[in-house]
Design a protein around this ligand. Structure first.
Ligand code: FES
Ligand SMILES: [Fe+2]
Length: 414
Protein backbone atom coordinates (compact mmCIF):
# COMPACT_ATOMS: atom_id res chain seq x y z
CA UNK A 1 0.00 0.00 0.00
CA UNK A 2 1.24 3.47 -0.81
CA UNK A 3 2.40 5.43 2.21
CA UNK A 4 0.48 8.67 2.57
CA UNK A 5 1.99 10.01 5.78
CA UNK A 6 5.25 9.75 7.67
CA UNK A 7 5.28 8.99 11.37
CA UNK A 8 5.11 12.35 13.07
CA UNK A 9 7.27 13.72 15.84
CA UNK A 10 5.90 13.28 19.34
CA UNK A 11 5.66 16.08 21.87
CA UNK A 12 8.37 14.40 23.93
CA UNK A 13 10.72 14.11 20.92
CA UNK A 14 10.06 17.71 20.03
CA UNK A 15 11.01 18.72 23.56
CA UNK A 16 14.31 16.85 23.18
CA UNK A 17 14.99 18.30 19.72
CA UNK A 18 14.40 21.92 20.64
CA UNK A 19 15.88 22.50 24.13
CA UNK A 20 19.46 23.70 23.87
CA UNK A 21 20.47 24.64 27.43
CA UNK A 22 23.19 22.94 29.49
CA UNK A 23 22.19 19.50 30.72
CA UNK A 24 19.42 18.96 28.16
CA UNK A 25 19.93 15.98 25.79
CA UNK A 26 20.12 18.15 22.67
CA UNK A 27 22.14 20.79 24.53
CA UNK A 28 24.71 18.10 25.30
CA UNK A 29 24.87 17.01 21.64
CA UNK A 30 25.16 20.58 20.38
CA UNK A 31 28.01 21.24 22.81
CA UNK A 32 30.14 18.65 20.97
CA UNK A 33 30.64 21.04 18.05
CA UNK A 34 32.38 24.35 17.41
CA UNK A 35 29.88 27.15 16.76
CA UNK A 36 30.49 30.51 15.10
CA UNK A 37 29.57 33.17 17.64
CA UNK A 38 30.83 36.34 15.98
CA UNK A 39 32.54 37.94 13.02
CA UNK A 40 36.30 38.51 13.34
CA UNK A 41 36.27 41.93 11.71
CA UNK A 42 33.55 43.20 14.07
CA UNK A 43 35.41 42.39 17.30
CA UNK A 44 37.72 45.31 18.04
CA UNK A 45 38.67 47.00 21.30
CA UNK A 46 35.31 46.71 23.09
CA UNK A 47 33.86 43.48 24.49
CA UNK A 48 30.40 42.34 23.44
CA UNK A 49 27.58 40.50 25.21
CA UNK A 50 26.41 37.36 23.43
CA UNK A 51 24.30 34.31 24.24
CA UNK A 52 25.07 30.86 22.87
CA UNK A 53 23.08 27.68 23.62
CA UNK A 54 21.30 29.57 26.39
CA UNK A 55 24.52 30.70 28.11
CA UNK A 56 25.26 34.39 28.64
CA UNK A 57 28.82 35.14 27.57
CA UNK A 58 31.17 37.99 26.78
CA UNK A 59 33.43 37.96 23.76
CA UNK A 60 36.51 40.17 23.73
CA UNK A 61 39.82 40.63 21.99
CA UNK A 62 43.09 41.19 23.84
CA UNK A 63 45.64 43.76 22.65
CA UNK A 64 47.68 41.12 20.78
CA UNK A 65 44.56 40.14 18.81
CA UNK A 66 43.70 36.93 20.64
CA UNK A 67 39.97 36.51 21.26
CA UNK A 68 38.50 35.26 24.53
CA UNK A 69 35.07 34.11 25.69
CA UNK A 70 34.06 34.39 29.34
CA UNK A 71 30.88 33.92 31.35
CA UNK A 72 29.03 37.23 31.20
CA UNK A 73 28.51 37.72 34.92
CA UNK A 74 31.54 38.69 36.96
CA UNK A 75 32.07 36.17 39.74
CA UNK A 76 32.59 39.00 42.26
CA UNK A 77 29.08 40.50 42.39
CA UNK A 78 27.73 39.57 38.96
CA UNK A 79 28.16 42.74 36.93
CA UNK A 80 28.04 42.10 33.20
CA UNK A 81 31.60 41.95 31.91
CA UNK A 82 30.53 43.34 28.53
CA UNK A 83 30.73 46.75 30.24
CA UNK A 84 34.35 46.14 31.18
CA UNK A 85 37.60 47.16 29.54
CA UNK A 86 40.34 45.22 27.84
CA UNK A 87 43.62 45.61 29.73
CA UNK A 88 46.47 44.02 27.82
CA UNK A 89 45.29 40.48 27.09
CA UNK A 90 42.71 40.47 29.88
CA UNK A 91 39.23 41.76 30.62
CA UNK A 92 38.65 44.06 33.60
CA UNK A 93 35.21 44.34 35.21
CA UNK A 94 33.85 47.88 35.14
CA UNK A 95 32.30 47.55 38.61
CA UNK A 96 35.21 46.85 40.99
CA UNK A 97 38.13 46.08 38.70
CA UNK A 98 38.47 42.30 38.99
CA UNK A 99 40.42 41.21 35.92
CA UNK A 100 40.35 37.87 34.06
CA UNK A 101 42.52 36.26 31.46
CA UNK A 102 41.16 34.27 28.48
CA UNK A 103 41.28 31.09 30.56
CA UNK A 104 38.98 32.62 33.19
CA UNK A 105 41.77 32.97 35.73
CA UNK A 106 41.42 35.95 38.07
CA UNK A 107 44.68 37.83 37.54
CA UNK A 108 44.06 41.11 39.37
CA UNK A 109 41.97 42.33 42.29
CA UNK A 110 41.94 45.80 43.89
CA UNK A 111 44.35 46.45 46.75
CA UNK A 112 41.50 46.44 49.28
CA UNK A 113 41.14 42.67 48.95
CA UNK A 114 42.98 41.05 51.87
CA UNK A 115 45.47 38.33 50.90
CA UNK A 116 44.86 38.87 47.17
CA UNK A 117 46.95 35.89 46.01
CA UNK A 118 44.93 33.43 48.08
CA UNK A 119 41.65 35.10 47.08
CA UNK A 120 42.52 34.98 43.37
CA UNK A 121 43.57 31.35 43.57
CA UNK A 122 40.12 30.50 44.92
CA UNK A 123 38.19 31.97 41.96
CA UNK A 124 37.82 30.26 38.58
CA UNK A 125 35.58 32.04 36.13
CA UNK A 126 33.76 30.35 33.24
CA UNK A 127 35.85 30.47 30.03
CA UNK A 128 35.50 28.69 26.70
CA UNK A 129 38.08 28.12 23.96
CA UNK A 130 37.85 30.28 20.87
CA UNK A 131 39.36 29.96 17.38
CA UNK A 132 39.06 32.10 14.27
CA UNK A 133 38.76 30.77 10.75
CA UNK A 134 37.38 32.15 7.50
CA UNK A 135 36.49 35.49 9.07
CA UNK A 136 34.39 33.97 11.86
CA UNK A 137 34.98 33.46 15.56
CA UNK A 138 34.20 29.93 16.72
CA UNK A 139 33.60 28.76 20.29
CA UNK A 140 33.44 25.33 21.85
CA UNK A 141 31.19 24.98 24.90
CA UNK A 142 31.54 21.25 25.46
CA UNK A 143 33.70 18.88 27.47
CA UNK A 144 37.43 18.50 26.84
CA UNK A 145 39.23 17.30 24.85
CA UNK A 146 37.62 19.51 22.21
CA UNK A 147 37.46 18.09 18.69
CA UNK A 148 39.18 19.98 15.87
CA UNK A 149 37.38 22.87 14.21
CA UNK A 150 36.51 21.36 10.81
CA UNK A 151 38.30 23.12 7.95
CA UNK A 152 35.45 23.06 5.42
CA UNK A 153 36.56 24.63 2.16
CA UNK A 154 34.15 27.54 2.49
CA UNK A 155 36.18 28.44 5.60
CA UNK A 156 39.69 27.39 4.67
CA UNK A 157 40.19 27.14 0.87
CA UNK A 158 41.92 30.03 -0.91
CA UNK A 159 39.66 32.56 -2.62
CA UNK A 160 37.52 35.60 -1.94
CA UNK A 161 35.52 35.09 1.21
CA UNK A 162 32.75 37.11 2.83
CA UNK A 163 31.44 36.36 6.31
CA UNK A 164 28.63 38.14 8.08
CA UNK A 165 25.84 37.87 10.62
CA UNK A 166 22.85 38.30 8.33
CA UNK A 167 20.11 38.27 10.93
CA UNK A 168 18.41 36.82 13.97
CA UNK A 169 15.34 34.59 13.92
CA UNK A 170 12.71 34.84 16.63
CA UNK A 171 12.31 31.10 16.77
CA UNK A 172 13.98 27.84 17.68
CA UNK A 173 17.16 26.88 15.82
CA UNK A 174 15.73 23.66 14.39
CA UNK A 175 13.15 25.55 12.33
CA UNK A 176 16.00 27.39 10.62
CA UNK A 177 17.96 24.18 10.01
CA UNK A 178 14.95 22.27 8.71
CA UNK A 179 14.30 24.95 6.13
CA UNK A 180 17.55 23.96 4.44
CA UNK A 181 16.38 20.35 4.16
CA UNK A 182 13.00 21.31 2.76
CA UNK A 183 13.40 21.31 -1.02
CA UNK A 184 9.67 21.62 -1.62
CA UNK A 185 9.45 25.12 -0.17
CA UNK A 186 11.86 26.48 -2.79
CA UNK A 187 9.17 26.36 -5.47
CA UNK A 188 6.46 27.95 -3.33
CA UNK A 189 8.36 30.35 -1.08
CA UNK A 190 10.85 31.63 -3.67
CA UNK A 191 9.57 30.36 -7.00
CA UNK A 192 8.39 33.01 -9.44
CA UNK A 193 9.83 35.70 -7.19
CA UNK A 194 13.47 35.88 -6.31
CA UNK A 195 14.87 32.56 -7.59
CA UNK A 196 14.03 32.44 -11.25
CA UNK A 197 13.89 28.96 -12.78
CA UNK A 198 13.19 27.15 -9.52
CA UNK A 199 9.40 27.24 -9.60
CA UNK A 200 9.30 23.61 -10.72
CA UNK A 201 8.91 20.69 -8.32
CA UNK A 202 12.15 18.74 -8.57
CA UNK A 203 13.09 15.08 -8.89
CA UNK A 204 14.93 14.70 -5.58
CA UNK A 205 16.29 12.32 -2.98
CA UNK A 206 18.31 12.32 0.24
CA UNK A 207 21.59 10.66 1.14
CA UNK A 208 23.43 10.39 4.44
CA UNK A 209 27.00 11.75 4.36
CA UNK A 210 29.92 11.59 6.83
CA UNK A 211 28.87 15.11 7.90
CA UNK A 212 25.11 14.78 7.99
CA UNK A 213 22.62 14.79 5.18
CA UNK A 214 22.38 15.93 1.58
CA UNK A 215 19.42 16.45 -0.67
CA UNK A 216 19.96 16.33 -4.39
CA UNK A 217 17.46 17.89 -6.74
CA UNK A 218 17.16 17.85 -10.52
CA UNK A 219 14.93 20.34 -12.31
CA UNK A 220 14.35 20.13 -16.07
CA UNK A 221 15.37 23.19 -18.06
CA UNK A 222 14.21 24.24 -21.52
CA UNK A 223 17.21 23.20 -23.61
CA UNK A 224 17.09 19.57 -22.45
CA UNK A 225 19.55 20.17 -19.65
CA UNK A 226 18.92 19.83 -15.93
CA UNK A 227 19.52 22.24 -13.12
CA UNK A 228 21.21 20.17 -10.43
CA UNK A 229 21.47 21.36 -6.85
CA UNK A 230 23.06 19.72 -3.86
CA UNK A 231 22.08 21.08 -0.51
CA UNK A 232 23.97 19.77 2.50
CA UNK A 233 23.28 19.83 6.18
CA UNK A 234 26.58 19.58 8.03
CA UNK A 235 25.92 18.57 11.59
CA UNK A 236 24.56 20.07 13.56
CA UNK A 237 23.55 23.40 12.04
CA UNK A 238 25.25 24.33 8.76
CA UNK A 239 23.10 24.58 5.64
CA UNK A 240 25.24 24.62 2.60
CA UNK A 241 24.02 25.35 -0.90
CA UNK A 242 25.03 26.72 -4.24
CA UNK A 243 23.01 29.76 -5.27
CA UNK A 244 25.44 32.65 -4.59
CA UNK A 245 26.71 32.39 -8.20
CA UNK A 246 23.74 34.61 -8.97
CA UNK A 247 25.62 37.47 -7.28
CA UNK A 248 28.60 37.16 -9.60
CA UNK A 249 29.32 38.17 -13.18
CA UNK A 250 31.64 36.01 -15.30
CA UNK A 251 31.67 33.06 -12.90
CA UNK A 252 33.80 30.18 -14.24
CA UNK A 253 35.98 27.42 -12.80
CA UNK A 254 34.94 26.14 -9.38
CA UNK A 255 31.48 27.45 -8.55
CA UNK A 256 30.80 29.65 -5.58
CA UNK A 257 29.48 28.18 -2.41
CA UNK A 258 27.81 29.48 0.66
CA UNK A 259 27.25 28.17 4.17
CA UNK A 260 24.63 29.31 6.63
CA UNK A 261 24.87 28.53 10.32
CA UNK A 262 21.77 28.47 12.50
CA UNK A 263 23.30 29.04 15.92
CA UNK A 264 20.99 28.57 18.89
CA UNK A 265 21.10 31.74 20.98
CA UNK A 266 18.54 30.16 23.32
CA UNK A 267 15.46 27.99 22.86
CA UNK A 268 13.53 30.63 20.93
CA UNK A 269 16.16 32.80 19.25
CA UNK A 270 18.64 31.87 16.53
CA UNK A 271 21.66 33.66 15.15
CA UNK A 272 22.10 33.40 11.38
CA UNK A 273 25.65 33.68 10.07
CA UNK A 274 26.80 33.22 6.56
CA UNK A 275 30.05 32.69 4.76
CA UNK A 276 30.42 32.79 0.98
CA UNK A 277 33.50 31.62 -0.91
CA UNK A 278 34.47 32.50 -4.46
CA UNK A 279 37.26 29.96 -5.05
CA UNK A 280 40.65 31.24 -6.19
CA UNK A 281 40.28 29.75 -9.70
CA UNK A 282 36.98 31.56 -10.28
CA UNK A 283 37.54 34.87 -12.12
CA UNK A 284 33.98 36.12 -11.49
CA UNK A 285 33.26 39.51 -9.99
CA UNK A 286 30.65 40.23 -7.32
CA UNK A 287 28.08 42.61 -8.75
CA UNK A 288 25.96 42.65 -5.61
CA UNK A 289 26.73 42.44 -1.91
CA UNK A 290 27.06 38.66 -1.48
CA UNK A 291 25.71 38.81 2.06
CA UNK A 292 23.09 41.52 2.48
CA UNK A 293 21.72 41.54 6.04
CA UNK A 294 18.25 40.53 4.91
CA UNK A 295 17.53 37.57 7.17
CA UNK A 296 14.79 39.67 8.67
CA UNK A 297 11.30 38.29 9.14
CA UNK A 298 8.13 40.16 8.42
CA UNK A 299 6.39 39.33 11.69
CA UNK A 300 2.78 38.26 11.68
CA UNK A 301 0.44 39.23 14.47
CA UNK A 302 -3.33 39.45 14.92
CA UNK A 303 -4.80 42.69 13.61
CA UNK A 304 -1.31 44.01 12.85
CA UNK A 305 -2.66 46.13 10.00
CA UNK A 306 -4.81 48.09 12.46
CA UNK A 307 -1.81 48.91 14.64
CA UNK A 308 0.13 50.22 11.67
CA UNK A 309 -2.44 52.08 9.59
CA UNK A 310 -1.68 53.84 6.35
CA UNK A 311 -0.88 57.53 6.70
CA UNK A 312 -4.45 58.56 5.78
CA UNK A 313 -5.91 56.26 8.47
CA UNK A 314 -7.11 53.53 6.10
CA UNK A 315 -5.93 49.94 6.42
CA UNK A 316 -4.55 47.51 3.85
CA UNK A 317 -5.00 43.91 4.92
CA UNK A 318 -2.43 41.21 4.31
CA UNK A 319 1.31 40.88 4.21
CA UNK A 320 3.95 41.66 1.62
CA UNK A 321 7.29 39.93 1.93
CA UNK A 322 10.25 41.79 0.39
CA UNK A 323 11.66 39.77 -2.49
CA UNK A 324 14.87 38.49 -0.95
CA UNK A 325 15.34 34.75 -0.56
CA UNK A 326 16.58 35.20 3.01
CA UNK A 327 13.69 37.46 3.99
CA UNK A 328 11.22 35.01 2.49
CA UNK A 329 12.79 32.14 4.47
CA UNK A 330 13.04 34.13 7.71
CA UNK A 331 9.39 35.20 7.47
CA UNK A 332 7.98 31.74 6.85
CA UNK A 333 10.16 30.15 9.54
CA UNK A 334 9.15 32.71 12.18
CA UNK A 335 5.50 32.25 11.22
CA UNK A 336 5.65 28.67 12.57
CA UNK A 337 5.83 30.17 16.08
CA UNK A 338 8.72 30.35 18.60
CA UNK A 339 8.86 26.54 18.84
CA UNK A 340 6.80 24.77 16.22
CA UNK A 341 4.37 22.20 17.64
CA UNK A 342 5.66 19.29 15.60
CA UNK A 343 3.22 16.84 17.13
CA UNK A 344 0.48 18.62 15.15
CA UNK A 345 2.13 18.27 11.73
CA UNK A 346 1.07 15.97 8.91
CA UNK A 347 4.29 14.96 7.17
CA UNK A 348 4.17 13.42 3.73
CA UNK A 349 6.80 10.98 2.51
CA UNK A 350 8.17 13.03 -0.39
CA UNK A 351 8.86 16.71 0.38
CA UNK A 352 8.96 16.22 4.17
CA UNK A 353 11.28 13.27 4.04
CA UNK A 354 14.28 15.45 4.88
CA UNK A 355 12.64 16.65 8.12
CA UNK A 356 11.86 13.11 9.11
CA UNK A 357 15.39 11.85 8.43
CA UNK A 358 17.04 14.82 10.07
CA UNK A 359 15.02 14.50 13.29
CA UNK A 360 15.74 10.77 13.36
CA UNK A 361 19.46 11.52 12.99
CA UNK A 362 19.47 14.13 15.76
CA UNK A 363 17.75 11.72 18.14
CA UNK A 364 20.22 8.99 17.16
CA UNK A 365 23.19 11.29 17.79
CA UNK A 366 21.74 12.40 21.13
CA UNK A 367 21.82 8.73 22.15
CA UNK A 368 25.44 8.38 20.97
CA UNK A 369 26.51 11.26 23.18
CA UNK A 370 24.53 9.82 26.08
CA UNK A 371 26.51 6.61 25.58
CA UNK A 372 29.79 8.56 25.76
CA UNK A 373 30.62 8.41 22.04
CA UNK A 374 31.58 11.12 19.55
CA UNK A 375 28.67 12.22 17.35
CA UNK A 376 28.69 12.39 13.54
CA UNK A 377 31.04 14.95 12.01
CA UNK A 378 33.54 14.93 14.89
CA UNK A 379 37.07 15.51 13.60
CA UNK A 380 40.04 14.55 15.75
CA UNK A 381 42.64 13.58 13.15
CA UNK A 382 44.62 16.61 11.83
CA UNK A 383 45.41 14.71 8.59
CA UNK A 384 41.69 14.48 7.86
CA UNK A 385 41.28 18.16 8.58
CA UNK A 386 43.60 19.80 6.06
CA UNK A 387 40.68 20.70 3.81
CA UNK A 388 37.19 19.20 3.87
CA UNK A 389 35.43 19.48 0.52
CA UNK A 390 31.67 19.72 0.33
CA UNK A 391 30.16 19.71 -3.17
CA UNK A 392 27.28 22.04 -2.42
CA UNK A 393 27.18 23.56 -5.87
CA UNK A 394 24.51 24.41 -8.35
CA UNK A 395 25.32 22.94 -11.79
CA UNK A 396 23.73 22.39 -15.18
CA UNK A 397 23.98 18.84 -16.49
CA UNK A 398 22.85 16.85 -19.52
CA UNK A 399 20.28 14.06 -19.46
CA UNK A 400 23.08 11.48 -19.84
CA UNK A 401 24.97 12.97 -16.89
CA UNK A 402 21.81 12.95 -14.84
CA UNK A 403 21.18 9.28 -15.56
CA UNK A 404 24.77 8.31 -14.72
CA UNK A 405 24.59 10.31 -11.54
CA UNK A 406 21.23 8.86 -10.57
CA UNK A 407 22.55 5.30 -11.09
CA UNK A 408 25.22 5.88 -8.41
CA UNK A 409 22.85 7.43 -5.89
CA UNK A 410 22.28 5.78 -2.51
CA UNK A 411 18.99 7.37 -1.53
CA UNK A 412 17.76 6.90 2.01
CA UNK A 413 14.57 4.86 2.01
CA UNK A 414 12.13 4.16 4.79
S1 FES B 1 31.13 42.82 40.09
FE1 FES B 1 32.88 42.62 38.87
S2 FES B 1 34.45 43.38 40.12
FE2 FES B 1 32.71 43.53 41.33
FE1 LIG C 1 14.36 29.07 1.24
Amino acid sequence: MKMLQLRGTTKEENEILTRVGPGTPMGELLRRYWWPVGVSADLKEKPTFIRVLGEDLVLFRGKSGKAGLLGAYCPHRRANLCLGNVVGEDLRCRYHGFTFDVAGKLVYVPKEVPDPEAYMAGVQHLAYPVQELGGLIFAYLGPQPAPLLPRFQFLAAPGERHAKITGISNCNWLQCVENGMDPLHVAYTHGGTSLEGLDVEPDMFFEETPWGLVHKAYRPERDGRWNYREHHLLFPGISCGGTPGRYVEGSAGTPLMSARWSVPIDDTTTLILRCTLKPADNPGRFVRDPLPPVWKAVTVEPYKEYKHRNEDGSVTLGYTIPRFVATEDATLIDSLGPIVEREKEYLHPQGDFGMFVLRTMYLREVEKVRAGRDPIGTVRDPAQNELIEITAYERWITEAERQAHRAQARPITL
